[in-house]
Ligand binder design. Sequence first.
Ligand SMILES: O=C1O[C@H](COP(=O)(O)O)[C@@H](O)[C@H](O)[C@H]1O
Length: 275
Amino acid sequence: MEYNAYPIFIIYATIIISFILAKLIPLIASMASATPNKPKTKVLKFGSEEDVAVALAKYTADLSEKYIKEKGSFSVVLSGGTLIDTLRKLVEAQYKDSVDWSKWLIFWVDERVVPLDHEDSNYLLASRGFLSKESPEGAADDYEERIKQLVESKIIPISNTSCFPKFDHMLLGMGPDGHVASLFPTRTQRYEKKRWVTFITDSPKPPPPRITFTFPVINSASEIAMVITGAELADATKTVLGGGGDPGSVPLPAAEVSAEGELTWFLDKDAASKL
Ligand SMILES: O=C1O[C@H](COP(=O)(O)O)[C@@H](O)[C@H](O)[C@H]1O
C-alpha cells in the first residue's frame, strides 16, 4: 500500500499554526493595549471620603517619588473646590517628611478671578496676586506666558503627541453639572483647541470671572486623578462612567478628560452609588 504523507503533514501544520497563533494573539493584543497614545482609565471605589483621601495621598506621594527620580522635578496641577481638602493626608507625618516638596512645581488648572483672600479663591483654599488685579483675559494671557517661559527653559516639556505642555500629574474635581476646571457644559471654552489657558466672564457657577487650562493641555498630562466624593456627584459620575446621558447628547466636560498616561477616578461610596 502506498504511504501518503499528506494528511500527517496537514495535522502537523495545523498543530504548528495553532501553536504560533496561540502565542501571537495575546502578544498582539497586549501590544495594542500598550499603544503609547491610548489612555488607560482605572476606576477605584472606596468606602468613604476618608479612604479616598488615604489612597490619594499614597498615589500622589508615589508619583512624586517616581517623577523626581526620573527627571528631578514633579509638576503638579491642582483644581480647587473639595479636592484640596481630600488632599489633606499628604501633609500628615507619613508623607510630610518623605515627599521632596522642594522639587514640586505647582500649577492651577483653573482659578476664580477674585482677590486671593476671597473665600472663592482656589489659591486661598490651598495656601492662604497677580490674578486679583487683572482682567480675566489679562490673567489668562499672563498665566499662559509664564508657562511658556517654563517650557522655553525646559522645566515643563511639550508633549510629542499633542504639542501642548505636558504636566506630570493633574488632580481634578468635578461639579454636579459635569464641569472640570472651569470648562462648563454650556460654555464655549470647553471647545478651545489652540490656547493653553483661556478665560470666562460668565461662569454658571460663581464667581463669574475665571481662567482655566484648556482641554488640549489637560489631556496632555502624564497622569490625571479625578477625585470625586459626595452624593451630589452621583448623577454626573453615572453619566460619565456608567454610560448614562441621552443618546446623541453632548458629552459632559468630565467625559472629555483623558491622559497621555493613566487616568484614575477616585470615587467614594456616595459618588459611586449610581454606578
Ligand atoms: O468651580 C470649580 O469647581 C470644580 C469642582 O469643585 P467642587 O467644589 O464641587 O469640588 C473644581 O474642580 C474647580 O477647580 C473649581 O474652580
